[in-house]
Design a protein around this ligand. Sequence first.
Ligand code: SF4
Ligand code: SF4
Length: 290
Amino acid sequence: MSDKERSRAPEDQQGGLEQKVLQEYPRLGPSDNFQFSCHPGVSCFNKCCADVNIVLTPYDVLRMKRRLRISSTEFLDKYALLPVNKEMKTPLVLLRMSDDENKSCQFLTEAGCGIYSDRPWPCRMYPLGLAAQKDTPDGWRGDRFYFLLQEEGCMGFGEQKQWKVSEWLEDQGLDDYDEWGEAFKELSLHEYFEEGGVLSPEKMHMLFTACYDLDKFREFVFESTLLQRFEIDEDFVAEMRCDDEALLRFAYLWLRFSLFGEPTMKVRAQVAEAFKGSVEKQKLFNKEPV
Ligand code: SF4
Ligand code: SF4
């Protein structure tokens, strides 16, 4: 793994841990120790917040756009890169660095991170990396361990402060991020992909909008007939109007239903009947002439 990567990888789309990581990085568990400290007194302060690939999850985008008080659409336009290649099974969203000579992060200030309490998952985790497998269908959590990533020139490892892995995770406020990360895994590592499924460009766009462009997704939810088609608790609907977390929860349920056919949503009875009717009608019209 490059020093210039900070991401949730090596969790791969096939659900297996990359052998390279297993071989090259010693595993750390929650009670293992490491020595590290990052503060304005280190000679490298702020140097690692430039020219780096930071993969954003939907929850990272939610936290940052809210912190900046801008819409998700504006955030994606200004602060994200959306690389596309044929191998990608789900959309990839990277934090866009500025165009200056150093390619610094757009949130970097002399005093450090300008959005510190809403910084994305990879910035919280460093110097730890996480390797995790998809949970198994019987509910057991897949193999999961931490390892130390040491960026070139990072002086934090020369500092005296000792951490247990679990203390670091708590100190960096990773609980919420982990919970949302697990929920996102239900989509991004879905067995549909493991079985070779490929989303059409329209479905890929749907996945991108519902996960990352929440404000646009909210317009779609409230300005289309979507809510009329499912049985959804009224309080939850009211929450979704103004609460981004509620909307993202709904987005995940709806995507699992509409992309992968999971029973995460209940279709209203009359819609199901009407649908059945239209299918029967279709069958009738598609009949071979006798
Ligand atoms: S978001 Fe903050 S911590 Fe992360 S790279 Fe940018 S300035 Fe650094
Ligand atoms: S390189 Fe290491 S010690 Fe230096 S600012 Fe970055 S994380 Fe902190």
